[in-house]
Design a protein around this ligand. Structure first.
Ligand SMILES: *Cc1c(COP(=O)(O)O)cnc(C)c1O
Length: 372
């Protein structure tokens, strides 16, 4: 055997994630590995917590990064908050809402599903009705930014609504964090998870989460133990905090956390509002270009995510072949349709570092040339 080192090409990532990563973040990742209980590393973890609080706009003490991808952050929220028999209202308007429903069932909960069309946001009216029909519902779960369709749901209205019915919220912000306004405290959200590889433009494999005081209280007053040892946040808490006497839980992905730290420093330096605005501006430019090429958006303008542009594929073209050509000839990756939109739509991401004029121009030029 003489397998050689793997040298990947330099792709432009304009799909649903992972997104383009800043060279500064990749550089941070290649710095020397230190022990995960090294005092300097612990200091850095504290900074990651502070930076994540800023990104999530929260004062929640329990704000950390789960050492696994967004899907693990999702699972962490569900297995910690749900006890067998708990009734959970789940909004389903795409792939990730359906995954939430599966998580509820696997945690032994009862799912009350509120369905909306793919491409539409979760309907607060339907959720209100679900609470009236199920006053014993303890949790409302919804996806803020549905990456399978590009639709943005109104997390503020849904969060307030859940509070009025004395329910906790579990909110998927994997694609929204850093790309569109998200205000965990102001909107009264309880268990919120995200991902490193979308608008934070960090390497895949980490999942920022934040838990409100009410969520922590629910976890601490459980009658049954959390079925997942690794994701049991009461154990993880001792690893990420505990004033000078941190206890070993698992070995943190040290270098990935350097990368997350760096990507959050970049976000802090740019400023959240400026980052949201940049995503919006790049989206407007991409939208104008796509519409000039004849593309139609899947989502109505009012609910459209700037960072995930789902457009219908023109009739009569071999969509997989075009994506292959974009990759081979332009080193450009765009996303295929997922679930109900498979074969019908493309998903063009403008996430984090990739939300740039350069990427918009390249994508429009490549599509124009290939669709001629
Ligand atoms: C990408 C994504 C996830 C899953 O994140 P992974 O890092 O792929 O595990 C969950 N929810 C939404 C909305 C996503 O876009």
């Amino acid at each position: 055997m003489s397998i050689q080192s793997f040298i990947p090409p330099r792709r432009i990532l304009m799909g649903p994630g992972p997104s383009d990563i800043s060279p500064q973040v990749l550089q941070a990742m290649s710095r020397p590995t230190v022990g995960h209980l090294d005092p300097l590393f612990i200091q850095m973890m504290d900074e990651v917590k502070a930076l994540l609080k800023y990104a999530f706009q929260t004062e929640n003490e329990f704000t950390i990064a789960v050492s696994a991808p967004g899907s693990a952050g999702m699972e962490a929220c569900f297995v910690n908050l749900i006890e067998p028999g708990d009734k959970v209202i789940v909004c389903r308007n795409g792939v990730f809402g359906e995954r939430m429903r599966e998580n509820v069932l696997r945690a032994g909960g009862e799912a009350v599903v509120v369905d909306d069309e793919w491409g539409s946001p979760a309907s607060p009216e339907k959720v209100e009705q679900a609470f009236l029909n199920h006053p014993d519902a303890k949790i409302l779960a919804f996806v803020h930014a549905e990456t399978s369709t590009g639709a943005l749901s109104d997390a503020q209205t849904l969060g307030t609504l859940a509070k009025r019915h004395s329910a906790l919220t579990i909110v998927d912000t994997v694609t929204s964090l850093g790309g569109v306004p998200l205000k965990v405290d102001e909107w009264q959200l309880d268990a919120v998870y995200s991902g490193s590889q979308k608008c934070l433009s960090c390497v895949p494999g980490l999942s920022p989460v934040t838990f409100s005081a009410a969520a922590i209280e629910k976890i601490q007053s459980r009658d049954t133990p959390i079925q997942s040892w690794f994701l049991d946040q009461s154990l993880v808490l001792g690893y990420w905090s505990g004033e000078g006497k941190r206890s070993y839980h698992h070995t943190a992905p040290v270098n990935s956390l350097y990368a997350l730290h760096e990507s959050l420093v970049l976000l802090q330096n740019e400023g959240l509002e400026s980052a949201w605005q940049r995503h919006q501006e790049m989206h407007q430019k991409l939208k104008q270009g796509l519409e000039a090429l004849g593309f139609k958006f899947v989502v109505e303008e009012a609910y459209r995510l700037p960072q995930l542009n789902a457009v219908y594929i023109p009739e009569g073209i071999d969509e997989a072949k075009i994506r292959q050509q974009l990759l081979n000839e332009y080193n450009l990756e765009i996303g295929a349709g997922l679930g109900a939109l498979a074969g019908k739509a493309w998903r063009i991401g403008l996430m984090g570092y990739g939300a740039s004029q350069q990427n918009v121009s390249l994508c429009l030029k490549a599509l124009e040339e290939k669709l001629k």
